[in-house]
Design a protein around this ligand. Structure first.
Ligand code: ZN
Length: 444
């Protein structure tokens, strides 16, 4: 015979009489064994009020009973089953019409008119108690609020709870994280903020990882201004402020702006497609709203790349300065002028570069050039080669070095990106360095 046990605790109950789920289940199981159970199935609901029927454990029990899998149900007390008279009677009726016996450890239910009346009275008392508990709780909370004490049990990041004084006090380490989050809000999105602070070694609630959702929660919480809402807006208590109103408003504006504008919308990311990560070799792409940044795509993978976020404007300026000076040097080193309109000049320059490559290889083969020096020298030749092709392809009709230099003065990001791509530039970016490589033409 299969017998089910049902146990329930609500958070209020636990403080009241403290019969834990385990204790209830154990006592009920003993009774089930006495009733001749060959198998005991335990159902339970934790932290749920007996005033509602939508309890997962209870619903599962009812389903099992409806399916004819259960012969009897054992419960500690009628108030575990329901704290509402109507619910108690409905549940009892539902079980009994399916032939399921209902037993209570702390209440003997006689199948006589007197017994039924007593059972109903018991249910009425349970309902009355439920009201009383709720009333007491609300009264107590209002009283505490009048005394300026904290009533909700919610833990708020940035503060610790002083049990003795019933107050939130600043947690210096967490408050520092809150300040940092607000400081970054105008510049980075919530995910980037979580990442940046985690990279900086900062932690979230209870020393756990700082998540994007937590960052968002912090930015949206006006409590940090020094007033904590209580009892769903019924009142509030003063807590030590962490940020001022201006900072808070700034963060709200930034959040609103990001919501309206998808990441990177409308902005040309000069380095996307040519930048690679020095740490993991992944691609580095640009994104962000009003404050754009570049990040390695490896940061979204596991194991996560440890490379930092790079502010877009600064990184682009740095890389562009390096690239243009290299290209300019290469262009100036070109044999000039190149004949117009045909390409004999270009062909001559190409022959010259090929000759240089050959001589370098011969020098290395003869041991007159070290491998590193050879690599450097070949890179320089390649750069000149690239600049030459750039001049031929883009600076029409002249194909003169001056035209290349003129091109490099382009300030429009889209134009600069075309130049980077045309020149076959590859940029490797790390926390300390940004290295520029001009790929040889054969690799493109
Ligand atoms: Zn990386």
């Amino acid at each position: 015979m299969r017998i089910a046990t049902y146990a329930r605790v609500s958070t209020d109950d636990q403080a009241q009489h403290g019969t834990s789920l385990e204790a209830q289940a154990r006592i009920c199981k003993e009774v089930a064994a006495k009733l001749g159970a060959t198998e005991v199935v335990a159902y339970e609901d934790a932290g749920l009020s007996g005033a509602v029927l939508e309890r997962p454990g209870l619903q599962a029990l009812l389903a099992a009973c409806a399916a004819g899998e259960i012969a009897a149900v054992v419960c500690l007390d009628p108030d575990r089953l329901a704290r509402n008279l109507a619910h108690q009677l409905i549940l009892t009726d539902r079980l009994e019409t399916r032939g399921v016996e209902l037993h209570f450890v702390q209440f003997e239910r006689a199948r006589t008119p007197d017994g039924r009346l007593l059972y109903a009275i018991r249910g009425a008392i349970a309902e009355f108690e439920a009201h009383k508990i709720r009333e007491r709780t609300v009264q107590g909370k209002r009283q505490r609020l009048r005394e300026g004490r904290v009533v909700t049990g919610t833990r708020i990041f940035g503060y610790s709870y002083d049990q003795a004084r019933h107050r939130f006090v600043l947690d210096p380490a967490e408050a520092a994280v809150v300040r940092a989050i607000f400081a970054l809000a105008p510049h980075l999105g919530t995910r980037a903020i979580a990442q940046t602070l985690t990279d900086a070694g900062l932690r979230g609630k209870n020393g756990g990882p700082l998540r994007q959702s937590a960052v968002h929660g912090v930015l949206r919480n006006p409590s940090y201004l020094g007033e904590m809402q209580q009892l769903r807006g019924l009142g509030c208590v003063a807590i030590p402020p962490i940020i001022d109103r201006e900072t808070f408003q700034c963060a709200q504006d930034a959040l609103a702006k990001r919501r309206r504008k998808p990441a990177g919308h409308g902005r040309v990311y000069l380095l996307t497609g040519v930048a690679h990560c020095a740490v993991c070799g992944g691609r580095i792409t640009g994104s962000g709203g009003s404050r754009s940044y570049y990040a390695c795509t490896g940061k979204r993978q596991t194991p996560r790349c440890s490379a930092p976020y790079y502010p877009a404007k600064e990184l682009e300026a740095l890389v562009w300065a390096k690239v243009s000076s290299e290209l300019q040097a290469a262009a100036r080193a070109m044999p000039a002028p190149i004949d117009v309109p045909g390409r004999p000049g270009e062909a001559r320059a190409q022959r010259k570069l090929a000759g240089q490559r050959r001589r370098l290889m011969q020098a290395a083969a003869a041991g007159r050039l070290r491998a590193e020096d050879l690599a450097d020298a070949l890179a320089a030749v390649d750069a000149r080669d690239r600049a030459l092709q750039l001049a031929a392809g883009q600076a029409s009709p002249g194909g003169q070095p001056q035209r290349v230099l003129h091109l490099l003065e382009a300030t429009e990001p889209a134009a600069r990106r075309r130049i980077l791509r045309a020149a076959g530039v590859r940029v490797v970016i790390g926390p300390q360095t940004a290295e520029i490589f001009l790929r040889p033409a054969s690799e493109q």
